[in-house]
Design a binder for this molecule. Structure first.
Ligand SMILES: Cc1cc2nc3c(=O)[nH]c(=O)nc-3n(C[C@H](O)[C@H](O)[C@H](O)COP(=O)(O)OP(=O)(O)OC[C@H]3O[C@@H](n4cnc5c(N)ncnc54)[C@H](O)[C@@H]3O)c2cc1C
Length: 410
């Protein structure tokens, strides 16, 4: 139970599989109030929009929701940058940027998530040439353990450790993001990609600005987001979908962004899900994602297809995406162009966990790093420089929780 506005409530994440253990949730409405709160608290952690599937956002101390903090979207057209409040969601931010003639280089599958929470866990979309959302961050402002503010900009020594930080360094209050000129995309779904087409993996993944494969390790469909029309009726042996499709084959496509090649604004095509609908099964799922060096993509997918019969009983769908390398210390894409193999599971933790272990074992030879906001059981080595940064900025572990203690090897 958590004290939320003085009342005892059960606070859970979006999927409802994680119950928060905080003693109280606070809603500061100014930076001053937040600074006083952090300085006075023994254990504190920020909550974003609560979309992570594990305990990354949890604390037994004070949980800070930023929903009453002033909302900020300051576009600097000359610098092609926006300074945005941590709590702001991509759903709110994207149309404002578009109206000003700008875009973000990429978005995740759903826009309902907060900028700070997404960046903190290394959230990403797909695109051979496009890195994760954190790579757009050029400045970060946070409240640190003693309550004092800290601003870091790209180029400063600690900056690459402070962006993907799983909330371990402080409460982020604002971020500055790089912008690109607004652009349009068309979205196509192609069905019936045969397993032997994996031999053309690189060509397929580079056929659009953002390409995803959705598969149950038997039937595979391609989500293709690109500027140009796709006219080839026999593209890699696939057929064009004859109507809008949901990534889960049995679900109606009302919640999905427009398909069938209709051109539209970047923020209405890059996410699979529309901002004005709850995404997919509205919480009726669990997720895992493993990020691997791009060069292992085909071998890794073949290994998963070989155990597909054991994955399918608890799988709703898998999504395969590509992500360009970045230089952020805790990012799964640090120094490596990557492939993300994502699993949307049924919502049954006991049945799913043995299969999570199976896919972790199957992919272990390829050097996977888990998505920090999803379910996993194998922890990779924490980069020493990230561990050193956490110990320097938060020597008493004020922002620590069970998740960061395991990550940091404490
Ligand atoms: C339906 C669905 C679809 C998804 N699709 C994708 C996808 O396409 N790609 C992808 O990569 N991921 C995806 N995810 C995962 C999701 O992007 C991550 O879990 C992300 O962290 C969610 O952001 P959030 O604001 O909900 O963060 P939360 O879950 O609230 O928090 C995540 C972490 O960020 C920290 N944090 C949040 N706010 C702050 C702050 N102000 N200061 C410091 N730390 C903070 C928290 O302490 C915690 O450690 C999806 C999740 C769901 C439920």
């Amino acid at each position: 139970m958590v004290l939320w506005e003085g009342k005892a409530v059960t606070l859970t994440n979006w999927a409802g599989n994680t119950t928060f253990h905080a003693k109280e949730v606070h809603h500061p409405s100014s930076i001053d109030e937040l600074q006083r709160l952090v300085a006075a608290s023994a254990h504190v952690r920020a909550l974003g929009s609560g979309h992570s599937f594990n305990h990354v956002a949890d604390t037994t101390g004070d949980l800070v929701a930023l929903d009453r903090m002033p909302e900020l979207v300051e576009i600097d057209s000359a610098a092609a940058q926006v300074r945005v409040s941590a709590r702001t969601t991509y759903a709110k931010l994207a149309p404002l940027l578009h109206r000003a003639g700008f875009a973000l280089a990429n978005l995740a599958s759903l826009p309902h998530i907060s900028v700070a929470g997404s960046v903190a866990t290394g959230t990403h979309g797909s695109g051979d040439a496009v890195p994760g959302l954190a790579a757009a961050v050029s400045g970060i402002e946070l409240v640190t353990a003693d309550g004092s503010p800290l601003s870091l900009a790209r180029g400063e020594a600690d900056f690459p450790g402070a962006v993907v930080s799983v909330g371990a360094l402080g409460v982020v209050t604002a971020l500055t993001l790089d912008l690109v000129p607004a652009f349009e995309l068309r979205q196509y779904v192609r069905e019936g990609l045969r397993p032997d087409a994996l031999g053309h993996f690189d060509e397929i993944m580079s056929s659009g600005y953002s390409v995803s494969l959705f598969t149950d390790y038997r039937d595979t469909r391609v989500w293709l987001k690109r500027a140009d029309e796709l006219t080839d009726p026999d593209w890699y042996g696939t057929t064009p979908a004859d109507g809008p499709r949901h990534p889960l084959p049995a679900m109606p496509a009302d919640s999905c962004t427009e398909q069938l090649g209709v051109p539209g604004a970047w923020y209405e095509r890059l996410p699979h899900f529309r901002a004005d609908f709850p995404p997919s099964g509205a919480g009726d799922e669990l997720q895992t994602e493993l990020l691997l060096p791009r060069e292992h993509a085909v071998a890794a997918l073949r290994a998963l297809f070989a155990v597909g019969d054991r994955i399918r009983p608890v799988l709703q769908i898998s999504e395969v995406r590509s992500i360009a390398a970045d230089d952020l210390w805790l990012s799964p894409f640090e120094g490596r162009d990557s492939i993300g193999v994502h699993f949307t599971w049924i919502k049954d933790v006991a049945a799913v966990l043995p299969v999570v272990e199976l896919v972790e074992r199957t992919l272990a030879p390829f050097g996977p790093i888990p998505h920090w906001g999803k379910l996993f059981t194998r922890w990779p080595e924490c980069p020493d420089r990230f561990r050193e940064l956490v110990r320097r900025l938060d020597p008493d572990g004020k922002f620590g929780n069970d998740f960061t203690r395991v990550l940091l090897g404490e």
